[in-house]
Design a protein around this ligand. Structure first.
Ligand code: HEC
Ligand SMILES: [Cu+2]
Length: 350
């Protein structure tokens, strides 16, 4: 090997060490920033606010601790062996003792892992049993959730109204969800509240949530369902019981009728909007798109694609593709003043 080759190998080694150091640093920085963020900007499953999310985390941590214990025992034994039984001066001539089978050792390394697997298996089965309730528990709130490309239909069966994309729940009460799909497979996932459950066409899956904290928890569809899958977000507002009752009372009402926006309402009623959208008390044929009866009680439109304000409503009605290319709502080709009137009408649907 020439000197050049040798130098090359040296610098390659240095390079590798530098890369490794960089990787370790990156992981440390990531770990420190991700734990410093608040719960909303970081919808982390390490920060649960409900059952079953909290129980799933406890279970996950238990498995990690057990694995860590195994890791420490195995690597401890390995390091001990490497140090204790290193070749010593004068060992060259000697053969180490040759061991052919040790019943005790073999029994130990067979039985201990079997016990660990049985314990983990039993705990897993127990958790699955708790998670998979197929019957709603007494006093639970029944909600049917239907996945659409690319939004969530939320039917409050106990109260007889339908809303979209923003789920409201009372704290410390079990919400029992029936999950269905209108088209393709979607998946319901709010990391701080529960694990994932798929919404499958022609099938009803179940899931339950018992929130322990009030606040806003964000989630999203977790199963690729088409071009706008990334814009199929979900917001869950957990309220005190009192605030929840107030929200329900408002949602149950029919749509407001405000005389000053009559022009916009008429345009809405006379165009294809009503084929796809229901506004309770005005028109109830449209089922294809989100229920707009209390549109303005939502903070976003298009399943989290844009904030719900006048300007964005105008942009949305002019061309839904602006926020959501491929959205299942057509640009309606109304003229500008009509669009503004319709937006003003929608703004009254509080
Ligand atoms: C062919 C059916 C169809 C027609 C016609 C239609 N829409 Fe839509 N609309 C939809 C669908 C589907 C969505 C949900 C899109 C998404 O989030 O991906 C939607 C979403 C909306 C939203 C946002 C609702 C929310 O909570 O996110 C508004 C507002 C809306 N439409 C208003 C209108 C108006 C006003 C008209 C008439 C000018 C109209 N739509 C015509 C299907 C339709
Ligand atoms: Cu999806």
């Amino acid at each position: 090997m020439g000197a050049g080759n040798f130098l090359n190998a040296q610098s390659q080694k240095k390079n590798r060490i530098r890369k490794l150091a960089f990787l370790v640093l990156a992981i440390l920085v990531w770990a420190s920033t991700s734990s410093a963020q608040d719960s909303f900007s970081q919808p982390s499953l390490l920060n649960p606010a409900a059952e079953p999310a909290a129980g799933i985390l406890d279970f996950g941590l238990l498995v990690i601790w057990i694995c860590l214990g195994i890791f420490i025992v195995v690597f401890g034994a390995l390091v001990f062996t490497l140090i204790q039984f290193r070749a010593k001066p004068g060992d060259e001539e000697k053969e180490p003792p040759q061991v052919y089978g040790s019943e005790q050792l073999e029994l130990a390394w067979t039985i201990i892992p079997i016990l660990i697997v049985i314990v983990l298996g039993l705990i897993t089965a127990g958790r699955i049993f708790v998670l998979q309730k197929t019957e709603p528990p007494p006093e639970s709130l029944a909600i049917r959730i239907v996945g659409h490309q690319w939004w969530w239909e939320l039917q409050y069966e106990d109260y007889d109204f339908i809303t979209a994309n923003e789920l409201h729940l009372p704290v410390n009460q079990v919400a029992f969800l029936d999950l269905e799909s209108q088209d393709v497979i979607h998946s319901f996932w709010v990391p701080q509240l529960s694990g994932k459950t798929d919404l499958v066409p022609n099938r009803v899956n179940h899931m339950w949530i018992e929130p322990h904290e009030t606040g806003l928890f964000v989630g999203q569809c977790a199963e690729y369902c088409g071009t706008q899958h990334a814009h199929m977000l979900l917001r869950v507002f957990v309220h005190t019981e009192e605030d929840f009752e107030k929200w329900v009372a408002d949602q149950k009402k029919e749509a407001r009728r405000v005389a000053s926006v009559q022009a916009g309402r008429e345009t809405f009623e006379q165009t294809a909007c009503i084929n796809c959208h229901t506004v309770r008390g005005v028109t109830e044929i449209g089922q294809f798109g989100p229920d707009l009866t209390h549109l303005m009680s939502r903070t976003t439109i298009g399943a989290g694609a844009a904030a719900n304000d006048r300007e964005n409503l105008i942009t949305w009605i002019t061309d839904p593709d602006h926020f959501k290319p491929g959205a299942r709502m057509p640009a309606m080709k109304l003229d500008e003043s009509e669009i503004r009137q319709v937006a003003d009408y929608l703004m009254t649907l509080k």
